[in-house]
Design a protein. Sequence first.
Lengths: 289, 310
Amino acid sequence: MSDIAARPMPGAGARLLRNPVAVAAITVLALLILAAAIGPAVSPFSYDTEDRAAILAPAGPHHALGTDNHGQDTLTRLLHGARVSLSVGLVVEAIEVLIGVALGLLAAWKGGRIDLLLMRVTDGMFAFPDLLFAILLVGIMRPTTAAGSFLTVFVALALVNWPGMARLVRGQALAVRSKEYVEAARSLGIPDRRIVMRHVLPNIVSPIVVAATVDIAQVILAEATLSFLGIGLQPPYPSWGRMISDGLPYLRSAPQLIIYPALALGTVVISLNFLGDALRDALDPRMRG
Amino acid sequence: MAPYVLKRLALAVPTLLAVSFVTFFLGYLAPGSPIDLLVGQHADPAIRRRLEHEYGLDRPAMVQYADFLWGAVRGDLGHSFANGGRSVTDLIAQQFPTTAFLALLAICTAALLGLPAGVLAALQHNRLPDRAVMTQVLVLVSLPPFVLAPILMLCFSLWLGWLPTSGWEGPAYWVLPTVVLAARPGALLARQMRSSMLEVLRQDYIRTASAKGLTGTQVIMRHALKNALLPVLTVLGNSFGYLLTGSFIVETLFSIPGIGYESVHSILARDYPVIQGVALLVASVFVAVNLLVDLLYVAVDPRVRHEAAR
């Protein structure tokens, strides 16, 4: 019985791996994570090494993807940028899922005042464009140290993104709450905590996983936007968004400065979105539209 | 209907109050005093105190907030720290029309391209056109304006030389910013149109319409489309939030003299009165548009009207 509750989607993994789009997306993301993890250590340059002899150099044997206007190695900076994008995406999403699942389950299970409060607060947050809220928050609080800017970006993005997840979890939990197996578990006198953890949560994992995958893409885009506007991560640490805005003055003379980070950002976000779509199909064939 | 409208209007008030509260206190709690911007960090303390008094910054926070709010209600949003101390209301009045025009162009483009694409995808469900549209949707949703814009600038301005790269001097200058801003809302509209069209096509009244001998075109034009458009309205309303935020980036990219361009400069310069004014304006527009969408829903859908009347 508990085995069934704990494995709500048998065969989902196999279904996912039969989908060529999903396999391609997973491969791209895995390669990127690998590159971000070991690339910077292997590269002969640091992200802020300035090669005065090679300013705005094109791709060549010394600098595989060329250099920017400070003579900094583009490939090295791209790899560090990958670290930024991926870590911001994963950490913010983890915080968001934690808060969203905890509050969503609490509101659905306890109902009453707690539920009402959650709905009011999230309504309020939906009444304001979330990326704009993040821009204002980070723009006004803008710290000058690298660590401070990292922290501000994390906090701001988590703060504006959790309501969607909480609403999703609440809705799903409410639907599961009235199912017969939950009623059966209750009538057996199983404590609430155990019902929620063993029967409700496993049955709402699928939509959470799908939403989280697509959300990571949104978070990565939001970080890139903040950095593009110059209020995200502070230089010299590279971020793809920052690299694009720094490259704009050289659009005519050295378009590769923009093309590479734009390509990197586009590839990651597209892969995550396609993966989210494939996950939705694999985890719940009925949701296929 | 009238009580419902009043209720919805009343609900917008606390939302706007909350927004004004948050924007004011974000500025109030922000690191660094506005006085630093005027006279530098190491100015004579006596001069600082005099200036603080002059600008009313030595009063309790709640008094300053009440003052800000009362000013906002009368249409006075204070004075910019930069721009030679110009009135924020003036600044917005001068630049908002450009942004609104661009947003309007973008939303029309998005609807004109996205809605037919969504209908086509639904009618060709699981066939090639459907897959092509849905792939396009995912790609467009994934590419932010600052990725799309440089690519389009490279192709159409620098290589082909068809369109200008930046500025705002006539229709040729409108094309690229409009396309860049319309990409995401267009994709979202196509996705919503497709799924609500699929939903409607499954309904009994569609089968009845076909059964009584209407042609496919008649069924779609008279019965399916009208019903499928309703959920699309919500996406349309939400798109305005994106259009306003997107204008920050698009106007910066293309050097368009609108409210977004101004805001980015104000944020970088810590010009708080301008930031607060713009935030309040954007929130008001967003709330107003969503209110309008809700009311439109009531106006066009008898089922919702029935719900609302109760």
